[in-house]
Design a binder for this molecule. Structure first.
Ligand code: PGA
Length: 240
């Protein structure tokens, strides 16, 4: 299976910055054998979709609501993402959960809706430092998967991103042993539930740790925040 290298741009990059990045990244895409997906902010989505036309780069948004349209001030429509040529929707990122109060029940509805449109949900899961230290990691991940995938279609594509909350944006990457152990657990939970999904690792992935991490069991690629904002660092990660 092709590895997936995804860049989560969070609230960075204007449409003009997005166009400039994509025109440079298209030049280096020839060196990448895996699949590349960028998640720009919703305001830069159209610029991103236009800029990657004719290349293998895929685009998605970082969040979308459970309905195509309606009185939902401030939300994004996955239907419009599809119309613009986007293919992925990030769902349940830890910042959505902790800052914007997203629950597993809402996440489950989003996953199901995104799949119903023929788009691919990238479901993010991960434990806090407190939960890891209390040895609750397995239970937390199992709960997030059971609830988040409660309405998902097993026959349709889905990607899971394991991102320990304590490793996101902190520079504290999980060790290769922690990644191997946790990805093996996530894989076995998914298998038991009847799902087949690539499992990406996310949390302070950088060019200097990506090579070790990609070799670990059940690591099908990365979800990268900070290091996806520069062409050079993301290309290094996507060509490990
Ligand atoms: P980071 O972010 O690579 O900057 O730690 C990862 C993410 O939030 O997806």
């Amino acid at each position: 299976m092709k590895k997936i290298f995804a860049g989560n741009w969070k609230l960075f990059k204007s449409p003009a910055e997005t166009r400039a990045f994509m025109s440079k990244f298209k030049e280096v895409m020839g060196s990448v054998t895996g699949e590349v997906v960028f998640f720009p902010s919703a305001i830069s989505l159209e610029a991103a979709c236009e800029a990657v036309k004719g290349s293998a780069i895929k685009i998605g948004v970082q969040n979308a609501y459970t309905q195509a349209s309606g009185a939902f001030t401030g939300e994004n429509s996955a239907q419009v993402v599809k119309e613009l040529g986007g293919q992925y929707i990030l769902i349940g990122h830890s910042e959505r959960r902790s800052i914007f109060g997203e629950t597993d029940a809402l996440i489950a509805d989003k996953v199901a809706y995104v799949q119903s449109l023929g788009l691919t949900p990238m479901l993010c899961i991960g434990e806090t430092l407190q939960e890891r230290e209390a040895t609750h990691t397995f239970r937390v991940l199992e709960t997030q998967l059971l609830l988040g995938l409660a309405k998902a279609d097993k026959a349709k594509p889905i990607v899971v991103a394991y991102e320990p909350v304590w490793a996101i944006g902190t520079g504290k990457v999980a060790t290769p042993e922690q990644v191997a152990e946790t990805h093996t657990d996530v894989h076995s939970i998914l298998t038991k539930m009847g799902f087949t999904a690539p499992i990406l690792y996310g949390g302070s992935v950088k060019p200097d740790n990506a090579g070790q991490l990609i070799k670990q069991a059940h690591v099908s690629g990365f979800l990268v925040g900070g290091a996806s904002l520069e062409v050079d660092s993301f290309q290094k990660i996507a060509t490990v």
